[in-house]
Design a binder for this molecule. Sequence first.
Ligand SMILES: Nc1ncnc2c1ncn2[C@@H]1O[C@H](COP(=O)(O)OP(=O)(O)OP(=O)(O)O)[C@@H](O)[C@H]1O
Length: 303
Amino acid sequence: MNTTIFEAEGLSKQYGEGMALQNINMLIEQGDIYGFVGENGAGKTTLMKIISGLVYPTKGTIKLMGKSKKQDISQARKQMGVLIELPALYPHMNAEENLSFYCKIHGIKNTNRIKEVLNLVALSDVGNKNASDYSLGMRQRLALAIALLNKPTFLVLDEPINGLDPTGIVEMRKVLARLAHEEGVTILISSHILSELQLLATKFGFIHKGQLIKEVSAEELLQSAETQICIKTTETAAAIKVLENDLQIHSFTLSGSGEILIPKELTDLEQLMSIFIKQGIPIEGINLSTANLEHYYMDLIGE
Ligand SMILES: Nc1ncnc2c1ncn2[C@@H]1O[C@H](COP(=O)(O)OP(=O)(O)OP(=O)(O)O)[C@@H](O)[C@H]1O
């Protein structure tokens, strides 16, 4: 049975007149990389702050590492690493010195941990370079290293790839995948870069105007996407005739660029190719379209 890391029941947060969160029920289990998706102002940061103890909910309950009493939750938070706002980095200090400073603040005596976290975030080679010489991606990874100092089992990361260039994004993805797969860290991560989130997350939660409208596993997302065969031909009208008359396929659509999209389960690709060739229909390309987190999200919120 999977262990529950975080659970919210009927969670709401009101700021003045505005409801930032409304009746949220959410479940994060051990080993999940939970991708948190939502528009600006949807409520992602507010929920992450509640989990981290930076903001109190107006209504509802939370359980952290199976604990629900206030004191036990505070204790459980010691097993968490949080990156919501970038911690202050001292530019004139190198990464090791910055980490050493945070070790002192958090009362971490095991200085070997500094080398370990530098290794985990792939900064070992540049650990003695001043932080002012780091790229944004390296600074983000150093901030992550600070969040990892206490060996967390649960990481909460708000937009950790925001503003990074493609190399920085790939580096961060590799680091997070390694933390999850090799160190067994459970991760809650928000990002507006849905293609990136799709490469990493094992589960998704979609929040819209303060409401968690859907939770779905990566497998369910794949299954729910109607995998389609896309056929590109210069003879679209003739190809459609063959589909309808010879193959009795009527549920196909045309993409914006004129490709014919057929649900995969409706067709035997070999048979389709052989009929097209027999009828002299030129095929310029065939490929499979698969699940797309961005489309899924847009469908979900009705846009
Ligand atoms: N301290 C605050 N006081 C008043 N309103 C707030 C406060 N913090 C957040 N809000 C409001 O709560 C709502 C949710 O904000 P939140 O920052 O949680 O959204 P978000 O999904 O993280 O957005 P983004 O993707 O832009 O970071 C927004 O309407 C925001 O204006």
